[in-house]
Design a protein around this ligand. Structure first.
Ligand SMILES: NC(=O)c1ccc[n+]([C@@H]2O[C@H](COP(=O)([O-])OP(=O)(O)OC[C@H]3O[C@@H](n4cnc5c(N)ncnc54)[C@H](OP(=O)(O)O)[C@@H]3O)[C@@H](O)[C@H]2O)c1
Length: 278
């Protein structure tokens, strides 16, 4: 039976990966920062040498995009040194390694969905730290899959939950209307990762739900599907004035997944409808 080690198990993606993998014929090693801090090379080496997993899925990350701007050292430790530690040990024991990355490695210019071969140019500490993590993993362990996703929601804190909570507290909301992306369900992403890890098609993949919208349109759809009547005002990124710069147009094209016949992502509206009905 194949052994899969998952990091960041208590995070949104980690929870869904465990849920889906438990239904299958795998032996799971579930870790999060309490039992495997990926920034600690000794802890990573000891656990990987003892367990020798066939596959490692790194869903651990420092995901607070604004927090990364002021906590630069930790951002780079978790998002770059963590993957470096995992890659070094994975290489020694011959494991496949899956690194989850982000649309924030791009600068968000243009209006054409980004493919895997397009030039990266991160605009935030979060994006830079995730890009360094990608590069270290590529340099160290050839058996890698880099899976770039975006606007993720699942079990835990995310935009959908925030909108539903705010709708209970306020009469009207202001939501950014000039950042475009693809809301992506952890269900679709976990399924994609599990399919990919069974192949030897190593490389970089874009992995988001199909279609795109602004955060404002995303919020309106959430309220429409839940039958919530609330006034939503479109605002600009400048008006919101967050510490980290966000890409304006960060739609990804699942180009490589389509080429190898593994693009199983639903439209963002379909995935969202199921999420809100669960
Ligand atoms: N969320 C998004 O919208 C989004 C968009 C694009 C890409 N991604 C990428 O998708 C992946 C999954 O994201 P997510 O939303 O599931 O993240 P998440 O919910 O923030 O989960 C990340 C998990 O990693 C843990 N962690 C933090 N530092 C760690 C360390 N040093 N060692 C081990 N575990 C550590 C966190 O624990 P604590 O909570 O205790 O810190 C948390 O359980 C990440 O690689 C992220 O960069 C996410």
């Amino acid at each position: 039976m194949k052994k899969i080690l998952i990091t960041g198990c208590k995070g949104q993606l980690g929870i869904e990966l465990i849920r889906q993998l438990k239904e299958m014929e795998y032996k799971l090693i579930e870790t999060d920062v309490h039992n495997l801090d990926i920034t600690n090379p000794v802890a990573v080496r000891e656990l990987l040498e003892a367990e020798k997993p066939d596959v490692i899925i790194n869903s651990a990350a420092y995901t607070n995009v604004d927090g990364c701007e002021t906590d630069l050292e930790n951002a780079f430790k978790v998002n770059a040194v963590g993957p470096q530690n995992l890659a070094a040990e994975a290489y020694k024991i011959g494991s496949k390694l899956i690194q989850v990355s982000t649309d924030y490695v791009f600068d968000g210019t243009g209006n054409v969905p980004k493919r895997e071969y397009h030039t990266v140019n991160p605009q935030s500490v979060y994006g830079e730290s995730k890009l360094l993590g990608e590069n270290l993993m590529k340099e160290i362990n050839p058996r890698h899959f880099i899976v770039r996703t975006a606007w993720l929601y699942g079990e835990g804190n995310n935009f959908v939950r925030t909108m539903l909570r705010l709708a209970k507290e306020k009469d009207e909301l202001s939501v950014v209307n000039d950042q475009i992306g693809s809301p992506t369900s952890t269900k679709d992403l976990a399924k994609c990762i599990i399919n990919l890890m069974e192949t030897d098609c190593y490389g970089t993949y874009h992995a988001t739900c199909e279609g795109s919208c602004s955060w404002f349109e995303f919020a309106k759809k959430i309220f429409e599907l839940k039958g919530i009547k609330i006034k939503v005002n479109p605002i600009t990124t400048e008006e919101l004035n967050r510490p980290a710069k966000r890409p304006k147009y960060s739609v990804l094209d699942n180009f490589m997944l389509k080429l190898i016949g593994l693009n199983s992502f639903r439209s963002w509206e379909e995935a969202l409808t199921e999420y809100l009905n669960d």
